[in-house]
Write a protein that binds this ligand. Structure first.
Ligand SMILES: [Zn+2]
Length: 418
């Protein structure tokens, strides 16, 4: 349909269908006859001299019709390029992994997404855009920076697609960040002033080591447990059981991120703790909050990166961590300090456990995704991720260790000394 011209009380319009493309406003003519208007004809000439001039001229003066509306702009084309952030925190606790998630155009599926903090040239995290055009990166702050607000950048593919956000790291409210002000050393071979012993016991109890004041022997054993944890050991050994004034043990006891002793989480997004839920007779249910945080964060990662919207994929299945007061266990060589855990293997029937990697029910793609979720956690020790599936070892996702045909073993590292 061609164009046409419409004249109303107010203007002359070049129309296209029911909308106008251009208009010439009429101006009041200050002459002798009241109500006269005029317009300059330059624009009208171009209309009439165009290649396809208007087909007719409709005069609608004095009819009271409403003025025509301009042709609406065409709808914006659907997103065909780039990445979008759909989930990100504005504040994050230090030492707590945070996630930034989003979507991407189909052309970016399979490409990498990298997270950069401020002007850093090396990425803080990296992932791949999945077939559902989704991505999720995870990172962690280990200190409250100055200035506190960080500028983050998510870069996809060949760096032509960028999305930005800001984040404010902060210290979590914690039973401590407390000063112990010890007058002398405490524990095995220490001065053990009564007031110092009390301060240390109160602090240990506030951190979840509720057994710290049972008797002197348990007290020293608890200090040794704490020292083994902050040394990254999986067994309680090689430590002296004494807290020296302002030494590393005291500083870690006082720290805002002091390891807390706790019952491990029973279930959450992407994970299920079969040890806690299904095995009331087995007491390897305890560990430190650093471990709990890793389990929760890996579960979220696994869910978003692999399991979401898919029926019948097994969750991350947590097994033994440590006994209620840590320490020696006949079931494991390590697993004494709440920083090491085992995972039962995902099965193709959506259940888990009771199989080895050579079983036909073994779900290798899910296991791969579990290992990737663990490796995405900044505090998971990549060199002590044990599992004997040769295919996944070849992909450098885990390494071989005797006795690890039927489960994955993982450990959590110690954050920097405060
Ligand atoms: Zn283990």
């Amino acid at each position: 349909m061609g164009t046409w011209i419409k004249e109303t009380d107010k203007a002359i319009y070049l129309m296209d269908g029911a909308y106008y493309l251009q208009k010439i406003d009429k101006t009041a003519h200050t002459g002798q006859v009241e109500g006269e208007t005029f317009f300059r004809t330059g624009q009208l000439k171009t209309w009439l001299n165009s290649k396809e001039p208007p087909g007719f001229f409709l005069v609608s003066v004095g009819t009271g019709v409403s003025e025509p509306q301009p042709l609406p702009p065409p709808p914006a084309p659907p997103l065909s390029q780039g990445i979008t952030i759909t989930k990100s925190p504005s504040q994050v606790k230090i030492y707590q992994p945070y996630q930034v998630a989003g979507t991407a155009s189909t052309s970016l599926v399979g490409k990498t997404v990298e997270l950069y903090i401020d002007n850093s040239s090396s990425p803080a995290a990296k992932t791949t855009i999945n077939d559902n055009q989704q991505w999720l990166v995870q990172s962690v702050f280990i200190a409250v920076p100055k200035p506190q607000v960080r500028n983050l950048k998510v870069v996809a593919g060949d760096a032509s697609d960028v999305a930005t956000l800001t984040l404010t790291p902060y210290i979590e409210d914690h039973p401590g960040g407390t000063k112990l002000n010890l007058g002398g050393s405490v524990g095995s071979g220490g001065s053990n002033r009564a007031s110092d012993v009390r301060k240390v016991q109160e602090r240990l109890i506030a951190l979840g080591y509720t057994f710290a004041n049972k008797n002197y022997e348990t007290f020293v054993q608890t200090i040794r447990l704490f020292q083994s944890i902050i040394s990254g050991r999986t067994a309680v050994r090689g430590v002296d059981g004494r807290i020296d004034v302002n030494g590393r043990t005291q500083r870690f006891l006082e720290a805002a991120n002091a390891p807390q002793w706790m019952l491990m989480p029973s279930r959450g997004v992407g994970f299920y703790n079969l040890e806690v839920i299904d095995q009331p007779w087995d007491k390897h249910d305890y560990g430190i909050d650093w471990m709990s945080n890793v389990i929760k964060a890996a579960g979220i990662h696994y869910e978003l990166a692999y399991r979401k919207n898919r029926e019948g994929i097994a969750p991350i299945a947590v097994n033994d961590v440590s006994l209620p007061q840590g320490g020696d266990t006949i079931d494991h060589a390590g697993h004494e300090t709440g920083n090491a855990g085992d995972l039962a293997l995902p099965r193709l029937d959506g259940d888990f456990g009771g199989i080895t990697w050579s079983d036909r029910r073994y779900d290798r793609p899910a296991t791969k995704a579990v290992l990737e979720a663990l490796r995405a956690q900044p505090w998971v020790n990549k060199s002590t991720l044990y599992f004997n599936d040769p295919v996944l070892i070849n992909q450098r996702l885990c390494s071989r260790a005797a006795g690890h045909d039927n489960h994955i073993h993982f450990e959590v590292m110690v954050p920097p000394t405060p």
